[in-house]
Design a protein around this ligand. Structure first.
Ligand code: ATP
Ligand code: MG
Length: 396
């Protein structure tokens, strides 16, 4: 690819760069936004790389936040209170596959040399319209190829997360991975066990959110060996061949998609240390039932009452599995619109009422309420206080 004379840079970013340059520092646009704007489409979130130290950046701008000052990153607010990341040129002085110790006071070229892939190591000077592309990133963009900066094996050993980043970028950009980079990534996959669950989770989630094709992402995770380390429950190629569902769903929920792609999503997501609420959602997806037992309104009410909060997740999973709209969607909406009783709290009678009517406090109260709920789920018109009280007396 021939680099264009300019890429469109938002005025706010230019203003920040100008202030840095006027104070005698260098300021360059770098990273994903430069890459993505070369691939087409305007970008807003340009990261800036600068020769100014974090302290100098903090002094130059009125409103800043210390995003990661240890690593050289200061967030600078523009006039519209949008945050822009400004990071001091840095290089890695020590790496152990998981963390890096960084040093400042280096040149832009050295800063670009520590970046992971050539397409992520292109810099654009927003004031002078000048390009720095020391590793041939533009050519790789043109060939739709992901290639490590420098010796791929060494770069993956410095930070194993780069293996997962390679899979993510290849799947999202629909790029091939350059063979030496791919071989090194496969060889490094065994080291992925050293990564923290949180970093792996973020990569998996971002991968699911941005991949053009779910199948490609999954196949890259498996073929590289990354899945064997972190997602042994990933479905097999044969299963995925058999799956005819939507390969590029509009909604990208990590819990639902993990349940789609993996056996035992609870084990997968637990190991990836997702939040307890996401873990509960995964468990509810496994518990199901996956859909109502039949097409009647009563079937749908029974299902909604049984799955409670998981109905929408289950409907989404069903759609993905079947590559078809959820056949019960209209009925679900009608039932919700009518406010049909589906939970204990919807009953026209409470445990207090039952005890007042002479049912002894204790498990019997809960059992009677459950049975009343089953009755009104099947027949919502029965949800009337007096009628339920009568039934309760019969049941107790
Ligand atoms: P995205 O669109 O996902 O934000 P990105 O390329 O901007 O893609 P970031 O994680 O935001 O990715 O990182 C910004 C830049 O920092 C990258 O383009 C790359 O140059 C560099 N970088 C980030 N993580 C690493 C890493 N683990 N090793 C080397 N360089 C990295
Ligand atoms: Mg980014």
């Amino acid at each position: 690819m021939v680099l264009p004379a300019r890429i469109p840079i938002p005025d706010e970013v230019i203003a920040i760069a100008r202030r840095l340059e006027e104070a005698g520092h260098e300021a360059w646009c770098v990273g994903g936004a430069v890459r993505d704007s070369l691939l087409g489409g305007e970008q807003k979130d340009f990261d800036l790389a600068t020769s100014a130290t974090p302290e100098q950046v903090q002094r130059l701008f009125k409103r800043t936040v210390a995003v990661g000052v240890k690593y050289g990153t200061v967030g600078v607010f523009d006039g519209d209170r949008v945050l822009h990341e400004v990071t001091t040129f840095r290089h890695d002085v020590r790496t152990d596959g998981r963390h890096a110790e960084v040093a400042f006071g280096v040149s832009l070229d050295e800063d670009l040399a520590r970046r992971d892939f050539t397409v992520n190591a292109i810099a654009f000077h927003p004031l002078r319209g000048e390009w720095k592309d020391p590793f041939g990133g533009a050519e790789d963009l043109g060939r739709r190829r992901l290639r490590a900066v420098g010796d791929p094996a060494a770069r993956f050993r410095e930070d194993y997360l780069r293996v997962l980043r390679a899979l993510r970028f290849a799947a999202r950009l629909d790029f091939i991975i350059d063979p030496p980079t791919w071989e090194a990534a496969c060889a490094a996959a065994a080291g992925l066990g050293q990564l923290s669950a949180e970093r792996v989770r973020d990569e998996w989630t971002k991968g699911l959110a941005t991949t053009r094709s779910l199948r490609r992402l999954i196949s890259l995770w498996r073929k590289s060996g990354a899945a064997a380390v972190w997602l042994p429950q990933l479905r097999s190629d044969e299963e995925l061949e058999a799956w005819t569902g939507d390969d590029a769903p509009a909604r990208r929920d990590p819990v639902v998609l993990t349940a789609l792609c993996c056996h035992d999503p609870v084990a997968v997501l637990g190991r990836l240390r997702v939040s307890n609420s996401d873990l509960a959602r995964a468990a509810a997806l496994v518990t199901g039932p996956p859909a109502p037992a039949g097409m009647t309104s009563r079937d749908v009410r029974r299902w909604l009452a049984a799955v409670d909060g998981a109905a929408d997740d289950l409907a989404e999973l069903w759609q993905l599995r079947h590559a078809a709209p959820f056949p019960w969607a209209a009925e679900v909406a009608a039932i919700r619109g009518a406010g049909a009783p589906l939970r204990r709290g919807d009953l026209a009678i409470t445990g207090q009422d039952l005890m007042a009517a002479g049912i002894p406090a204790g498990p019997a109260v809960g059992q009677v309420l459950e049975r009343l709920l089953a009755l009104v789920v099947d027949e919502p018109t029965l949800n009337v206080h007096e009628a339920l009280l009568e039934r309760a007396k019969e049941l107790a």
